[in-house]
Ligand binder design. Structure first.
Ligand SMILES: *[C@@H]1O[C@H](CO)[C@@H](O)[C@H](O)[C@H]1NC(C)=O
Ligand SMILES: *[C@@H]1O[C@H](CO)[C@@H](O)[C@H](O)[C@H]1NC(C)=O
Ligand SMILES: *[C@@H]1O[C@H](CO)[C@@H](O)[C@H](O)[C@H]1NC(C)=O
Ligand SMILES: *[C@@H]1O[C@H](CO)[C@@H](O)[C@H](O)[C@H]1NC(C)=O
Ligand SMILES: *[C@@H]1O[C@H](CO)[C@@H](O)[C@H](O)[C@H]1NC(C)=O
Length: 519
């Protein structure tokens, strides 16, 4: 008996020592085929491998050359990358409609889950006897990936490549009171007026309901099909989330209260600047008055924009005293003299060049953060979801201007660009914002690595979880307590009323006969 116990203890010590010295086994489940999501997750996965952890990643973007301690499970055959494939029609007709966008992303994520788990390389991993110390999933269209954390009985860390999505608070019990916490689709900051609070509240309720019906229920069905009928309800797995990483920073998105297991890692994708390709560098360095960089991101195909609009861009650029770098995927026969086009441009490195004067963008979060990091003023033409807010965040800091796509004219575009060129306050504010964005105790990568290792060290760190996790809304908003207090107050008031009424009746009864006598 004693021998057996000692043996167990020794094994336990051996395992503990092994764990703490040899790094952890980490699984990242990130099948998403959009590069702007992947680059965020990739930064952390690579940083963890560099720390000596054994990292395995389900991804659509396998590494070109092998990295130590990093294994790809390549699922790109099922999901080709969407880079440069999305036309403006899809953007304007589907994505810019909040409801259609929601249907689109939940459907897309469920497809990713279904196809990923079928692949032999994924089945091979599930059937092998590998164990994981932590499992990462993405928070986006649906949580159908969390089954892997359940399957491996490992702590779950979830990440957003965006700011805080409305459906990411509940799993960690984060406060999301719509009276002062704007949703990602609200381009507001600070105090909201009545109409803004009304809109914010309606969308708040909308997202709760739509998420449940179109993301939560189908994902739960998928989990039971894939990981067995005894799999707990999806929220039981979600409410067990150890940590949520969010890709934003209060200096940009405004302050809001966060629970200790929701951590901001805004800008984690921003790498050390690399040399710019020679032709682009020459164009920038030989510019007499600096350069504007224009791109609608890695997914939207800019050549699908209406001809009239492309003409507006060309006419306005031709009038500018500065040069223009334009990410454009096709030939451009009538290209103005001061414009340089290419279908690929190293955005981060270009934005970091000291001659950069303006970043013209659709307002994708990653590009906005790169411009903020390098202190470049922004002119934004947002299309959908968080893009309005991303640009407004910069504009609120006096470092940018937001333009409306539908009412864009030569004049409005020229005026916006020209005021940034002629008025130095935009550039000064952009530099101030850059300093606030970079002033942190640990940089984004170190922060994410620290908290990941914290979760591993403390075996899931369930002590970070607030009591709000999984609380029904009526308890959370104290509906029961308010109803109880209200009924006590009502009863007391009623008793007082009743006593006064009886007393009054008695007094008047006594006095009635007197009156009658008088009569
Ligand atoms: C990480 O890679 C290094 C060098 O290849 C190796 O010595 C180490 O054992 C690896 N760590 C893990 C956890 O696999
Ligand atoms: C690292 O992960 C791979 C799977 O991705 C696995 O084959 C290998 O055994 C792991 N190494 C260690 C030291 O656990
Ligand atoms: C420059 O822009 C700032 C902020 O938009 C504005 O307050 C200021 O009046 C402008 N200065 C000039 C000279 O237009
Ligand atoms: C973050 O900080 C670490 C440690 O100081 C440093 O090695 C790393 O290069 C930094 N990362 C970035 C992107 O600045
Ligand atoms: C909850 O998380 C712990 C690790 O943090 C894990 O061991 C356990 O299996 C998880 N439970 C469920 C239902 O996912």
């Amino acid at each position: 008996m004693f021998k057996m116990n000692l043996f167990n203890v020794l094994i336990l010590i051996f395992i503990t020592v092994l764990n703490s010295t040899h790094g952890a086994n980490i699984l990242g489940v990130f099948p998403i085929n959009g590069r702007s999501h992947w680059v965020v997750y990739e930064s952390l996965m690579k940083a963890l491998a560099a720390r000596g952890h054994n990292v395995t990643v389900i991804t659509s973007f396998p590494q070109k050359s092998p990295i130590a301690n990093y294994t790809d499970i390549d699922v790109s055959t099922a999901f080709p990358s969407v880079a440069n494939k999305i036309g403006i029609d899809l953007v304007l007709n589907v994505l810019s409609n909040t409801h259609m966008n929601q249907m689109f992303i939940s459907d897309h994520q469920l497809k990713l889950c279904r196809e990923t788990i079928k692949l032999p390389q994924v089945q091979g991993m599930l059937k092998s006897d590998i164990k994981f110390d932590v499992v990462f999933t993405e928070i986006f269209g649906s949580d159908c990936d969390v089954g892997y954390a359940y399957y491996y009985k490992a702590p779950l860390i979830s990440m957003m490549s965006s700011g805080i999505l409305p459906w990411s608070y509940d799993r960690v019990g984060g406060p999301d009171n719509p009276s002062y916490i704007p949703l990602m689709i609200m381009p507001t900051s600070g105090k909201m007026d009545f109409t803004q609070r009304l809109k914010n509240t309606i969308y708040y309720i909308y997202f709760k309901i739509v998420w449940k019906i179109f993301s939560e229920w189908p994902a739960d069905k998928f989990l039971k099909e894939s990981f067995g009928p005894e799999t707990p309800y999806i929220n039981d797995i979600l409410y067990n989330t150890s940590m949520v990483f969010v890709n934003n920073h209060f200096s940009l998105d405004g302050p809001r209260p966060l629970v200790p297991n929701m951590v901001e890692i805004g800008g984690i994708h921003i790498k050390h600047p690399q040399p710019i390709p020679k032709d682009i560098l020459k164009f920038i360095e030989e510019s007499p008055n600096g350069v504007l960089f224009f791109t609608f991101g890695s997914m939207i195909r800019i050549s699908t924009l209406p001809k009239e609009l492309l003409q507006i861009f060309k006419d306005v650029f031709a009038q500018l005293p500065i040069r223009v770098l334009w990410k454009f995927e096709e030939e451009m026969p009538d290209k103005p003299k001061n414009v340089f086009i290419s279908n690929w441009m190293p955005q981060r490195d270009i934005l970091n060049h000291p001659k950069l004067r303006i970043f013209m963008t659709h307002g994708g979060l990653l590009g906005i953060m790169e411009a903020v990091k390098s202190g470049v003023p922004v002119v934004g033409i947002p299309f959908f979801f968080d893009q309005f807010r991303n640009i407004q965040n910069v504009a609120n800091n006096g470092a940018g201007i937001s333009l409306d796509y539908y009412s864009l004219t030569k004049e409005s575009l020229f005026n916006a660009l020209n005021s940034i060129i002629t008025n130095s306050s935009f550039s000064l504010n952009a530099k101030k914002l850059s300093q606030r964005f970079s002033d942190r105790p640990l940089n984004a990568t170190e922060t994410a690595v620290y908290w990941t290792e914290y979760v591993i060290r403390h075996k899931g760190a369930s002590h970070l979880r607030t009591a709000a996790v999984g609380m029904p809304w009526w308890k959370y908003f104290l509906v029961d307590v308010i109803a109880f207090i209200a009924s006590i107050v009502f009863i007391v008031l009623y008793v007082i009323y009743f006593l006064l009424k009886t007393a009054y009746k008695k007094i008047t009864k006594k006095s009635v006969p007197k009156d009658k006598k008088k009569n």
